[in-house]
Design a protein around this ligand. Structure first.
Ligand code: ADP
Ligand code: ZN
Length: 755
């Protein structure tokens, strides 16, 4: 069917007061009572279902409740019915929900994202309907409005109440809000209601977000920044889709630059989305948005309350939110007029969702923007090779900021050759690093010690029999978490108390931690630097995002001398007093067989190093390494980013792997190892569909983690040319396999991690 797009946008103020009732899709298809419509539900069915439109009709895209067997489920009117069933035998849509209909472009996005990731449509729709209480009737609240009737008698309190109510007239205060703002008792207000000077009204509970004002003055930009901002704004003014890679060293002021693009987007009356890789980064970012636009934007991630999530979902759909700052799932919010998506730290691995629907939010952002004529800005100091290659090939525009903003200069990076440091085997801070830390402490500056490992120790070894404690359900070692006093499996999350005796040989008191984790590093630092205030940051050590935010703010204000952290501290934070970063194990990431091991290590180490010296004082990063002559370590130290990417690109091109070839991972998992292997073998043998497009299949092989939660895992890898129509061939290929009930098959397009 032909979708008619409406370019009609109502002014923000109007929409925010006027709950949506179909006004924005006046040109779109409307189905009258009893017309046959096709409804896509979030239930795991392989097709849309026909229903008859409810009394009053419904728009295409309407969110509806429909009967399915004995149940009522939520769905979306996907289009006209297919007519396979006699209309007289069809049931009716029960009701249209109180939400803006899904736009045609969103339907297209869901379709194409499902096709790309080989995800069933209902699973994709579930991502787009994650609004708690979507099916609830509109929740109302009581607000107060001033009339022109004066009370029979004025008192000071009555004056104050009326003044405040008139002053806040547009904001629709509740009784509690008015009494608080005016400092009067509720009996004063109730008296005024009785007198008819104030009336009570019912309005929907979900309120529009405060207006962000793009006309407010931003920071004065440097020449480089201004040029980049102008280019981004020009892109927005073109009104056409486009993606720009905004590459700038850490501290170059990329955020200030893309906030100017956000301002331009808001001036155009369109909505903007900023994706951040880490919840912990949102607090700082929200403050910057508030400083720039005078109010806080909507914030969308797993740490946000259900009520707030429903409000955001609805307000995005009604135009009552101009800017959303959020995690990858914010891409599936029902934007009405999306003009700009920023993907900050675009190289970050957390943009790839690794369970449920396997998608990469960076790539889906580009897809979504291309459908609705929006712009994408991919910001990073160390772009992914994918984005770097797209920019090289001219598919993306490229903007580069080469210097740090203001007086700040890039940190120097040096290597500590661990082979020539004398260090006992249960210690990880080398004498050279220790000395460097002491120098900072004496000068009243901050030092950071970085290790990309959670917990106390990665291995718990029995010194009597050599047994290493593993997870009962996974093929993984248990990691000691001394903070929790437990052994934890990082695969399935299972945990148990640390035993006294070895589970294999029963020897008592012979279990010993082997290797370092962030908690152990913290312990070592405490003994080396007894007078220093040490703050340890690890994603599993903070109850809530708010605790973490408070902790980070305290550190920024100088509340710690040494910051010890995992990956969490490598990303985006500004610690102005920090002048030294020590990376405890720079070789850690180089060991894996992962195709992106070099890229990841390069990005992570450059990123961590970039935390140092963000203010006036020169910073230094020291990488502890046992292989300082490794090409990746040498490239990190030399800071030769272009050189590194070129070399890495040449290698991947040679091997025909992403971004110069295509890959898909297939994971078969089930309780019976032999069974999943047999199925894997059958797939590998029947590869006609793949050979037809010139693709190759490797495996089956046990996945690197061969068992998770008691399920055995077998992996196949498919490689194809960049231009090969991979998805079609894949679905044909795996479609021929009849899966027993207990076996699962997951297809991972463009796999990021190989676990
Ligand atoms: P990046 O995102 O590239 O790492 P930021 O945008 O966070 O860099 O900028 C680094 C620091 O420099 C921040 O504290 C920011 O407020 C400051 N800064 C950047 N540009 C300007 C500017 N034009 N005027 C004032 N301060 C700026
Ligand atoms: Zn486990």
């Amino acid at each position: 069917m032909a979708w008619v797009l409406s370019g009609l946008a109502l002014p923000h103020r109007l929409l925010s007061r006027n709950p949506f009732h179909g006004c924005d899709v006046a040109e779109t298809d409307f189905f009258h009572h009893d017309d046959v419509v096709a409804v896509l539900t979030t239930q795991p069915l392989d097709r849309v279902l026909d229903y008859r439109a409810p009394e009053g009709g419904c728009f295409a895209g309407a969110f509806v409740e429909v009967p399915l067997g004995p149940r009522k489920v939520i769905g979306v009117v996907w289009g006209a019915g297919q007519g396979a069933v006699d209309p007289s035998r069809l049931r009716h849509v029960i009701r249209v929900l109180d939400a803006a209909p899904m736009r045609a472009e969103m339907q297209e996005f869901i379709h194409r994202a499902a096709d790309y990731t080989l995800t069933p449509l209902p699973a994709m729709l579930r991502l787009a309907t994650r609004a708690p209480g979507l099916g609830d009737p509109p929740a109302m609240r009581r607000i107060l409005r001033a009339t022109h009737t004066p009370p029979s008698r004025w008192t000071d309190a009555r004056h104050r109440a009326m003044e405040v109510l008139n002053a806040y007239g547009g904001l629709a205060l509740t009784l509690a809000e008015l009494t608080e703002a005016a400092g009067v008792s509720s009996s004063v207000v109730k008296g005024l209601i009785k007198q008819g000077s104030i009336v009570e009204e019912e309005t929907p509970r979900d309120r529009a977000f405060p207006h962000l004002d793009p006309a407010r003055q931003g920071k004065a930009l440097s020449d480089d920044q201004a040029a980049a901002a102008t280019a981004l704004c020009a892109g927005l003014q073109s009104g056409a889709y486009g993606t720009t890679l905004l590459r700038g060293v850490t501290g170059s002021g990329k955020t200030e630059v893309y906030l100017e693009a956000v301002a331009e987007c808001l001036r155009q009356g369109r909505q903007a989305l900023v994706l951040l890789p880490e919840i912990a980064l949102t607090a700082e970012f929200l403050s910057r948005v508030e400083a720039r636009f005078g109010a806080q934007p909507a914030e969308w991630h797993s740490g946000v309350t259900m009520t707030e999530r429903r409000r955001i979902w609805k307000m995005i759909g009604q135009g009552g939110a101009q800017l959303v700052v959020g995690a990858r799932s914010a891409l599936f919010l029902p934007f009405q007029n999306l003009g700009l998506i920023i993907v900050d730290e675009e190289h970050d691995t957390s943009y790839k969702q690794e369970d449920g629907v396997l998608y990469n939010a960076r790539d889906m952002a580009v897809l979504r923007a291309s459908i609705c004529d929006a712009r994408v800005v991919l910001a990073s100091a160390t772009p992914s090779l994918e984005s770097w290659a797209n920019a090289e090939a001219g598919k993306y525009d490229k903007l580069v900021l080469t210097d740090r903003y203001g007086a700040a200069v890039m940190p120097r990076i040096g290597v500590i050759d661990m082979r020539s440091e004398s260090l006992p085997s249960d210690r990880w801070i080398s004498p050279s690093l220790q000395q460097a830390v002491n120098e900072r402490l004496n000068r009243g500056e901050q030092a950071m010690l970085f290790i990309n490992r959670r917990g106390y120790a990665p291995i718990t070894l029995c010194r009597a029999c050599g047994h290493q404690i593993g997870c009962d359900h996974c093929d993984a070692r248990m990691v000691e978490h001394r903070f929790l006093k437990r052994l934890v499996c990082h695969q399935c999350g299972d945990s148990k108390p640390i035993p006294n005796a070895c589970p294999a040989c029963d020897a008592e008191d012979r279990l010993a931690p082997v290797g370092p984790g962030v908690e152990r590093l913290s312990e070592e630092a405490t003994s080396l630097f007894p007078d220093a205030r040490i703050a340890t940051l690890s994603s599993d050590m903070h109850g809530t995002a708010r605790d973490l935010k408070a902790e980070i703010e305290a550190i920024v204000a100088g509340g710690a001398d040494i910051i010890i952290g995992t990956q969490l501290v490598a990303k985006g934070h500004n610690f102005p007093l920090l002048t030294l970063v020590g990376a405890i194990d720079a070789d850690l990431g180089l060991q894996g067989s992962d195709l992106r091991a070099a890229e990841r290590t390069f990005q992570l180490m450059r990123q961590v190093a970039g935390r140092a010296g963000r203010a006036e004082k020169q910073g230094i990063a020291m990488l502890q390494s046992y292989q300082p002559e490794h090409p990746v370590i040498r490239a990190i130290v030399a800071g030769d980013e272009e050189g590194f990417w070129r070399a890495e690109a040449a290698e991947r091109q040679q091997a025909g792997v992403p971004p110069y070839g295509r890959m898909a991972g297939i994971i078969l998992s089930g309780p019976d190892m032999q069974q999943v292997f047999d199925l894997g073998n059958r797939l590998a043998r029947n590869d006609v569909a793949l050979r037809r497009i010139g693709a190759q299949v490797f495996g089956p092989a046990p996945a690197p983690i061969a068992r998770i939660r008691g399920r055995h895992r077998v992996r196949l890898l498919v490689k194809a040319d960049k231009s090969a129509p991979l998805q079609g061939a894949l679905s044909q290929w795996v479609g021929q396999l009849k899966l027993p009930a207990q076996v699962r098959l997951a297809v991972d397009i463009d796999p990021q991690s190989f676990f």
